[in-house]
Design a protein around this ligand. Sequence first.
Ligand SMILES: Nc1ncnc2c1ncn2[C@@H]1O[C@H](COP(=O)(O)OP(=O)(O)OP(=O)(O)O)[C@@H](O)[C@H]1O
Ligand SMILES: [Mg+2]
Length: 511
Amino acid sequence: MAILEVKDVNFSYGDKELYRHVCMKINPGEHCVLVGSNGAGKTTLLNLIVQDLRPDAGTITWEPHVTFSYLDQQLKVKNDMRTIEYLYGVYEPLFQKEKRMEDLYAEASLGGDNYEVLLDKAMRLGDELQQSDFYSLQEKVGRLTDGLGFDKSDLEKPLAILSSGQREKAYLAKMLLEEKDVLLMDEPTNFLDAIQVAWLSSYLRSYQKAFLVVSHDEAFLETIADVVFCLENQTITRYKGGFEAYLVQHELDKEQNAKNYAAQQRYIKKEEDFIAKHIVRATSAKAAKSHRARLNHLERLEPPGKEAPSVFFSFPFTHDVGEKPLIVEDLSIGYDGEPLLDGISFLLKKGEKIAILGQNGVGKTTFLKTILGKIPALEGGFRFLDGTVINEYGQDEYVDLNLSPFEYILSFYPMMSNTEIRTCLGKVGVRKELAMRPMKELSGGEVTKARFALMTLRKSNFLVFDEPTNHLDQKAKDALFDAIARFPGAVILVSHERDFYDGLVDYEMHF
Ligand SMILES: Nc1ncnc2c1ncn2[C@@H]1O[C@H](COP(=O)(O)OP(=O)(O)OP(=O)(O)O)[C@@H](O)[C@H]1O
Ligand SMILES: [Mg+2]
């Protein structure tokens, strides 16, 4: 029996219909992924599954006693707790058992009459603890926190002062320790670096229970998926097998659907012509009527998928500044006089594009902040040629999500006309009513596209991106790749997605 069954579910936001009679089942231990373009309704589906939202029609049924945990964007935990306490909190019942056992031993040692009974009870609790792997907890927690890149000092910090990425990771770690029957995760790789993504992939691969993961990271999907659910045109199709197999079969299905649809349209046209011609003739009106009845009963095929809106990015170029737009010499970076990295030296030549790689926390974002002048260098220096104009995409830049994409652009460019703003947003795939709705009601990908829309308005000769592919679907990533490839100026890119920067940059720099 399925542990989760979504049956005939309909759901709309206003007049935007997200699902029509959607069905989906997850069986025990099944490793599932959910894919679909930005705004298709993946996050909304997870919210329906965890019952934060209710469907307009249909049912979502969990098998009794099945447990699940959900990694979403809004983390709700008591923030003053130390990270390590938060993680060990998972095992609170075991610690209580240990305490009971110790109390029993202590009581038994007093040598009362019932000391054998007490000892017996204590030993039984000890066995139970052993069976629950209580004595290897430290090792287990340690393996997880190492895998996710926490160092000892992070674990001692209260959750409240961790960076948002680290907090997400603490939550992820907790969820993995809890080992619920089903893990639900919405884009878990967004806050991980390449090494951690690899670690999470192999962790999930060998996870004994079920999961449903939403992601746009194809390399990640390839390693974790045994079942692919594809959300497209308001329906979900289930593909058994890995992600590669899904891609092949999905392409074939698309072709076949288009052929079937075209064939049915030809048939309908022929029948309609027949009916129109004969219905007015006394001799053949009867036949025409029976054709009409048959046509009325025909189950009409859906037209082949309306393609997701096209996406086009372009970063306007100002002018050339010279042969070596950036020289970095023996640069030391860090905070409060504490170097994170030192001795960074390199030279970026005209039109050169580089990817900076390295683990979370190694200092990639700190490096970018330093050369962008947001924090001081500790030692050494860097020099941009005069006339360099930088256009940047920061990782966690503050965006007021109460604004609509339209108001967001207008707040930077008050002189732009309505049409200009709508056109600019339209190009990046934020169309019609999406452009006018508060961004807190948009999908992750839609908000990211609005941020890129702003970048397409700034003329520059130097682009800097910090993890630009997070939230973007494949189509948008391809469009971003093309836009960066076409840009004649210099580019510095921090990204954990090899599939994205491979073939785009001239070289990689490992921090
Ligand atoms: N509260 C809301 N009110 C109105 N529309 C909404 C609301 N929340 C989401 N939407 C719309 O519903 C659609 C589906 O959103 P959802 O967040 O589920 O997409 P998604 O598939 O997760 O996309 P992404 O890949 O970008 O994360 C989007 O077009 C979004 O703008
Ligand atoms: Mg989403």
